[in-house]
Write a protein that binds this ligand. Structure first.
Ligand code: ATP
Ligand code: MG
Length: 209
């Protein structure tokens, strides 16, 4: 089920005490204690549960633990050798939430530096993680029962459409801009992007800031 987490959070805020969810929507460890029914048996089992005839096994999800487990970064800004100017510029951009344009010869480390930018940002708070997870959950980009606990780093390919970047489409979905919420949106090989895609990004940026 797509978007289970936002549904669960909204339900809790509305005072709902329990949700019946597909087993796949629970984190792996919780699923062993959770409802073990397969899809054909599931509706029968949940009906008898609602009628009070049978109990569904309960499962609780320890969001704080899930968060702590996933909050570790796999790359580090400290791995960059030298490049004092580029690092300083990235730090300024990170501190002020600015855009940054990197220009340099092939192999000088632009992509490598950009990938490490999210690791210089403060760790995500649980609330921020849940907020970003909601977006990813709605977009269906997450494996089920996952939590975005690290600042996202999104690097879409330059062939991306404007709907892919900004969101929308005939079946509306969040775009890369939204998926990068709380993290970094990296446009590698910027001049290769289609002009209209960069234009919508510029217009969106102006209205947002
Ligand atoms: N200052 C550095 N410290 C550590 N490793 C570096 C540094 N500069 C370059 N490298 C290494 O060189 C590799 C190539 O760098 P990278 O791919 O980021 O270059 P680029 O500037 O994006 O090049 P291109 O313009 O071809 O995309 C990196 O994977 C990294 O291993
Ligand atoms: Mg590169």
């Amino acid at each position: 089920m797509r978007g289970a987490l936002p549904v669960a959070l909204a339900a809790r805020a509305a005072g709902v005490e329990a949700l019946i969810l597909p087993r796949e929507n629970l984190p792996r460890r919780a699923s062993s204690t959770a409802c073990a029914c397969s899809a054909p048996g599931a509706s029968r089992k949940s009906r008898s549960n609602l009628e009070g005839k049978a109990e569904l096994p309960g499962a609780s999800v320890d969001v704080a633990r899930l968060f702590a487990e996933r909050a570790k970064d796999d790359v580090d800004f400290a791995e960059v050798k030298g490049q004092a100017h580029a690092k300083r510029a990235l730090e300024v951009a990170a501190a002020g939430g600015h855009n940054i344009l990197m220009v340099g010869p092939p192999g000088s480390g632009k992509t490598m530096l950009a990938r490490r930018l999210p690791t210089t940002l403060p760790k995500m708070s649980l609330d921020e993680a849940l907020e970003t997870t909601k977006i990813h959950s709605v977009a269906g980009t997450l494996p089920l029962a996952s939590l975005v606990a690290r600042r996202p780093f999104r690097a879409p390919h330059h062939t991306i459409s404007d709907a892919g970047l900004i969101g929308g489409g005939s079946y509306p979905r969040p775009g890369e801009v939204s998926l990068a919420h709380g993290g970094v949106l990296f446009l590698d090989e910027l001049p290769e992007f289609r002009k209209n895609v960069l234009e919508v990004l510029r217009q969106r940026w102006r209205t947002a800031s």
